[in-house]
Ligand binder design. Structure first.
Ligand SMILES: C[S@@+](CC[C@H](N)C(=O)[O-])C[C@H]1O[C@@H](n2cnc3c(N)ncnc32)[C@H](O)[C@@H]1O
Length: 233
């Protein structure tokens, strides 16, 4: 297969408001992709601790891990998001983790591997820092998410990591790979300004967001697709 793939742009320090808008949209228009409490609960029930949260952002998984009583540390490339993190965190690159081998009972990569040109580099690092028997989780949208908006958007290359690629990539290093997929009309955009905010949050150019917001029939219900994929070292 020779598909063109591109890492999702890293805009967290240049435009921190864009990610905040994305998080506000999740709260305002539907809980699609709000996997953090469910992921934390699985680490807790498996006694997989401490957890390294690669690409922790401003700490949504950390908050859920605190609630579940699981010790964790976050690592992120963005100074702006780390400044908002409540909990232990350090700046770094998931592809070069500053930890010794076999240091963690769990490693998470929630909506972050698509930022890497080579996601396998971070998956290999996750494997290295996990103890034998430790759990790795990767979460990503499907390449077929948001089908109702796709006809209105310019064509774009696939991401370097998505829900379809995840099982194969994890299976290269981990055993017992399991997939928990979602596919449902989870988001409802009530008016053109909601459509525009939603597309801006998803990194579309402001002019594209405005133009699509004028053309879609509203209210519009959006089918969200993605997967939580687990593997055991
Ligand atoms: C979409 S956000 C997700 C944040 C968080 N995991 C969540 O679920 O809310 C992607 C995060 O990955 C971080 N990131 C991107 N590339 C990274 C890298 N190479 N190493 C560490 N963090 C990275 C970004 O700074 C950002 O915080």
């Amino acid at each position: 297969m020779n598909e063109e793939r591109r890492p999702v742009a890293f805009d967290y320090d240049a435009d921190p408001g864009r990610f905040r808008l994305c998080q506000q949209n999740t709260a305002a228009f539907g809980l699609a992709g709000d996997v953090h409490p469910a992921v934390a609960a699985i680490f807790a029930t498996n006694g997989a601790a401490p957890v390294l949260d690669m690409g922790c952002g401003n700490g949504r998984l950390g908050t859920a891990l605190d609630t579940a009583g699981v010790a964790w540390v976050g690592l992120d490339r963005s100074r702006a998001l780390l400044a908002d993190l409540r909990g232990p965190g350090l700046r770094g690159d998931a592809a070069r983790l500053p930890f010794q081998g076999a240091s963690f009972g769990g490693v998470a990569a929630v909506y972050m591997l698509y930022h890497l040109a080579d996601p396998m580099a971070a998956i290999r690092e996750a494997h290295r820092v996990l103890r034998p028997g430790g759990l790795f989780v990767a979460v990503a949208p499907s390449r077929a998410t948001d089908p109702e908006l796709a006809p209105f958007l310019p064509p774009a290359p696939l991401d370097t990591f998505d829900a379809e690629l995840a099982p194969r990539m994890l299976a290269a290093l981990f055993s017992n790979v399991t997939v928990d997929a979602w596919d449902a009309p989870m988001t409802r955009l009530p008016d053109p300004s909601a459509v525009e905010a939603y597309l801006r949050g998803r990194m579309h150019h402001p002019e594209v967001a405005r133009s699509v917001a004028r053309r879609v029939e509203i209210p519009i219900s959006i089918t969200k697709r993605g997967a939580v994929v687990w593997g055991r070292k």
